[in-house]
Design a protein around this ligand. Structure first.
Ligand code: PLP
Length: 498
């Protein structure tokens, strides 16, 4: 299986080369040339397997230049009881007296309590192996700009991995107290965490500037380092995510909820389009998916795109209670456009040039038809996010976070509007305890404490235990307290790498 750039130029690469490079030279993202098929029989064979076995089989189909035993070992190390607090790793929940045919795929049982763990527990293993396979001798330094969840998941994944360093920049006033303490209390000898005096876009722009700075690259090269990224432009972050869509389907079969071959839908709280794209790839492999429902918060650039075929980032940016979806440029949409336009790299280059120029592009009717065949979209206001959290807790005793609430509401709206009652899985992306302040507010509770102390307040109120890694935060003191203006991000990297 070989990989090519979404923008059409450049060589065809093995998966190890695509993972080691991260981004293609023409600015495009790496995509598989074709998709391995998952027959009904193959799916049936997965039903009796564990999560890590399912993941190893799915990932192995895409990473055929890796040793299969190696992948089995990595999946076993990434998805087990030492890192995850649920034996199923990615359990599918059905609510007592809940709406018929509605399920929740909980992707937040890992070490940092957000779905980013599903990929970032695997990525360091895939990346270091890819670097070995491609003969890279230098040490890799992973630079991350985070709106909260990616930073902690990447720190946890790369912590003390030999041959790697990791440096995370987060917006000083743009993450929740729990998210901040998760990052600033990170252990490990190869890690660094720095607050940026700005918002997420500032941090992201600063990191991109460091990546494209030739003098930085030359200086680091001299010291035996090179820079890499842990965000979802890297194929090594997407491939582990395909596994949980297949796994959820297997669980529904195992529990007698659907019959083999019957279609289901997924509703995904979406930001950078990485999570939902993995669902699309699962469908390309043959997983029986009816619709992928893309849920947006007030930043509804994707919902508008699905409605109109026009992607237009020229709009106000809103700060919401579901901050991991506060994004105006969804990078992974480029990969979807590549498929929908019949792998036309020229067309994709055109869209992306228009996006970085005028900030908008429009896809032709043929692409729009393809888009609406598989995807539906919807948006959820702040008020409805709160209301959904309260409803789910008051009616079913089920505590959900703000991002999951957005998806929950968008699914309900989609069903009411379309009449489509296909069994559907809401993809639950974070533990409610990562966003205690918003969740308590939704439940009508005046915040009576702050920071990590709110964790026990929410536990008390909901009678639901918080995940152990979050509970352990209360009383922890930050290890990293440095805060820099945007203009000093580069010197912070240089200082860290000595
Ligand atoms: C990252 C994140 C999302 C958005 O996922 P994308 O892959 O960027 O679309 C949604 N919810 C939570 C909790 C996240 O951390």
């Amino acid at each position: 299986m070989l990989y090519q750039s979404t923008r059409g130029s450049g060589d065809r690469l093995t998966s190890a080369m695509a993972i080691a490079k991260g981004l293609s030279e023409d600015g495009g993202l790496f995509v598989p040339e074709s998709f391995p098929r998952l027959s009904e029989e193959a799916i049936e064979n997965l039903v009796t397997k564990t999560y890590s076995e399912r993941a190893a089989i799915i990932m192995g189909l895409f990473l055929d230049d890796f040793d299969p035993q190696e992948i089995i070992r990595y999946a076993g190390e990434a998805y087990n009881a030492s890192g995850f607090d649920d034996a199923a790793i990615a359990p599918v929940r059905k609510l007592n007296n809940g709406a018929a045919g509605t399920y929740f795929l909980e992707l937040w049982h890992g070490p940092t309590c957000a779905f980013k763990d599903m990929a970032l527990q695997m990525l360091p293993r895939l990346l270091t192996t890819s670097l070995r396979k491609t003969g890279e001798k230098r040490e890799v330094c992973v630079l991350v700009a985070t709106s909260g969840d990616t930073g902690k998941a990447a720190l946890e994944g790369f912590c003390d991995v030999p041959g790697t360093r990791i440096m995370v920049f987060y917006p000083r006033d743009g993450v929740s107290d729990v998210q901040k303490l998760q990052m600033t209390s990170q252990s490990g000898g190869n890690v660094n965490v720095v607050a940026v005096e700005g918002n997420f876009d500032d941090a992201q722009t600063g990191v991109k500037a460091i990546f494209s700075d030739e003098s930085v690259r030359a200086e680091l090269d001299e010291q035996g380092y090179f820079l890499s990224s842990a965000n979802s432009i890297n194929w090594g972050r997407l491939v582990p995510q395909i596994a949980y869509y297949v796994s959820a389907y297997c669980d529904l079969i195992a529990n007698g909820e659907v019959k083999l071959g019957e279609k289901i839908s997924f509703c995904v709280p979406t930001g950078n389009f990485g999570n939902i794209l993995a669902g699309y790839y699962a469908e390309k492999m043959g997983l029986p998916i009816n619709k992928l429902i893309c849920a947006s918060n007030r930043n509804d650039v994707l919902a508008d795109f699905l409605d109109t075929g026009v992607y237009d980032k020229n709009r106000l940016f809103h700060t919401t209670v579901s901050p991991s979806m506060d994004i105006l440029i969804s990078s992974n949409l480029e990969r979807l456009l590549h498929e929908l336009s019949g792998k036309d790299g020229g067309a994709v280059s055109g869209y992306m040039a228009a996006l970085s120029g005028a900030g908008r592009y429009e896809v032709p009717p043929k692409v729009r038809d393809e888009l609406s065949r598989m995807f539906a979209g919807g948006r959820c206001s702040e008020e409805d996010t709160y209301k959904t959290i309260a409803d789910m807790f008051n009616k079913y005793g089920y505590l959900i976070d703000t991002h999951t609430a957005v998806a929950c509401k968008v699914l309900a709206d989609y069903r009411a509007f379309s009449g489509d009652e296909t069994p559907a899985v809401v993809v639950s992306t974070a533990s409610p305890y990562k966003f205690c302040d918003s969740v308590l507010e939704a439940l009508g509770q005046e915040p009576s404490a702050d920071g990590a102390q709110l964790i026990s307040v929410l536990e008390e109120y909901s009678k639901t235990p918080a995940p152990a890694p979050l509970r352990a935060l209360d009383g922890k003191t930050p290890r990293f307290t440095e805060s820099v203006p945007i203009s000093n991000m580069k010197s912070a990297v240089m200082k860290f790498l000595g």
